[in-house]
Design a protein around this ligand. Structure first.
Ligand code: FUL
Length: 466
């Protein structure tokens, strides 16, 4: 049979906007507000707008550092928990309009979104639901305010690729001078369905991030660690922002009813905001590489925070580590050895060229190798024709057909040898899994063995790097 039917999708599949998001892999967070000037992580909400006064704000520097690091977009804290707005919102006085910076005529959101466009980066926003400044926080009037702000950002600063909804909610704050503790019901207060509907209406291509998705879910920690087992599926209906099971956020839920892949968010520094005392604690290139493998290499996207300093620039220490990180990463993935090998499989769907094993090494994201229905154990063999050394293996499933692989292994066989030797084992793959082998392996043949899957495997790509 030359043209057998394609495999039926296995469980939920990514929407178009999610599919595009998966391809971004790596983008950045920009945490910047009054905290940058008061040396805090969470402003109380009583900060005067006058403290916000960057001496040399340079959105082009921030964007070009991100580009150099290999990021594809930036997400700015348009408003953090302190309530100070980095754009001149029409709905509050608590904004850049009342700061001395650019004589009250400045707009950080505009400058950064324009710089992103100039540098080929996508742009996104973080609008903290918790607002420790606003007098009405905790009442329905605040929800109106919050939505009005969201509308401004969605209408006037797009196109946006991601809108980031935080889970930190309620507690003590200034609240227009009340200086008290306010709690809200996380399940009902924000009426998330109707808040998120604004994003769908005004920025239909943007993914919505929160603990509960609906498009992208939090990975459950701020350590830069995606789950070793990481399903793109969960039951988003069980969670709301600020109330989600961290283990499920980390690992996803096999068989879960919603496609909501994970984003790993982590700061290049101990804090999310810039503090001079942390200049010696910037994560080194090595640590950034580990984070990369634990996120982009584990079926997640990486959102790495780069906090501007009080000048309004990414500090030299951060830039230095990012450059070194990029150099190492480029060297690590300089040459894919898979296209040089003859690829075969012990099972190919209908023996059809359409699903041929060689599709995994052709660099075309639209083609894949698939096995016959019912086959959940199958192997792809790469024969280099001579002894070849490699130390990294990258595998991608063809996710438009869902996430399938439960367990797989990498095996090698030397010239003339009979037995296969297992050099690595892993669980899920998803959109992308990268395994670093403990040491470089030299072999003539490599075998990717799918040991167990929810349905016949559909593998889009396998790459081997030396
Ligand atoms: C958290 C916030 O409380 C932190 O300040 C930071 O913005 C982080 C990304 O999200 O929930």
């Amino acid at each position: 049979m030359e043209h057998p039917f394609p495999p039926v999708p296995c469980g939920p599949i990514p929407s178009k906007r999610q599919w595009r998001w998966h391809d971004l892999e790596f983008y950045g967070f920009v945490h910047f507000t009054v905290n940058t000037f008061t040396d805090k992580e969470w402003g109380f909400g009583d900060e005067s707008p006058e403290v916000f006064n960057p001496t040399d704000f340079d959105a082009d520097q921030i964007a070009s550092v991100a580009v150099e690091a290999g990021m594809r977009g930036l997400i700015l804290t348009a408003k953090h928990h302190d309530g100070f707005c980095l754009w001149p919102s029409r709905h509050t006085e608590h904004s850049v309009r009342n700061s001395p910076w650019r004589n009250g005529k400045g707009d950080v959101v505009r400058e950064l979104s324009d710089a992103c466009a100039r540098h080929g980066l996508l742009f996104g926003v973080y609008l903290s639901p918790w607002d420790r400044n606003h007098p009405a926080y905790g009442t329905p009037a605040y929800i109106e305010y919050y939505r009005n702000q969201l509308r401004e950002l969605l209408r006037e600063y797009g196109p946006l690729f991601e809108v980031w909804f935080d889970g930190a909610n309620g507690g003590d704050g200034y609240y227009g001078g009340a200086r008290e503790t306010r709690t809200i019901d996380k399940f009902t207060y924000y009426d998330w369905e109707n808040t998120w509907a604004l994003v769908r209406e005004l920025q239909p291509d943007a993914v919505i991030f929160s603990d509960a998705g609906p498009d992208v879910r939090w990975c459950g920690n701020e350590r830069g660690e995606g789950g070793e087992t990481n399903w793109c599926t969960v039951d988003t209906g069980e969670f709301v922002p600020g109330d989600a099971n961290r283990e499920i956020l980390l690992n996803g839920l096999e068989g879960g009813p919603h496609w909501a892949p994970s984003e790993v968010d982590v700061s290049i520094r101990p804090g999310w905001f810039y503090h001079a005392k942390e200049n010696d604690e910037v994560k080194a290139a090595r640590a950034l590489l580990d984070i990369y493998y634990q996120s982009v290499g584990r079926n997640a996207c990486l959102n790495l925070n780069l906090p501007p300093d009080p000048r309004g620039r990414i500090h030299e220490s951060d830039v230095e580590q990012l450059r070194a990180f990029r150099r190492e990463l480029d060297a690590a993935f300089a040459r894919d050895l898979a296209p040089g090998a003859a690829v075969s499989a012990d099972n190919t769907r209908g023996n059809a060229a359409l699903y041929a094993p060689a599709n995994v090494a052709d660099n075309d994201p639209a083609t894949f190798w698939a096995a016959n229905d019912g086959v959940t154990h199958a192997a792809l063999v790469f024969d280099f024709g001579r002894e070849t050394s490699f130390d990294k293996v990258l595998v991608r499933e063809f996710i438009p057909l869902g996430q399938r692989v439960r367990r797989w292994a990498v095996q090698v066989r030397g010239n003339g040898a009979f037995a296969w030797e297992t050099v690595a084992q892993a669980t899920t793959v998803g959109r992308q899994r990268i395994l670093r082998l403990p040491r470089s392996v030299t072999a003539r043949e490599v075998r990717i063995v799918i040991l167990d899957a929810r349905a016949c495997p559909a593998i889009q790509r396998v790459s081997l790097y030396g």
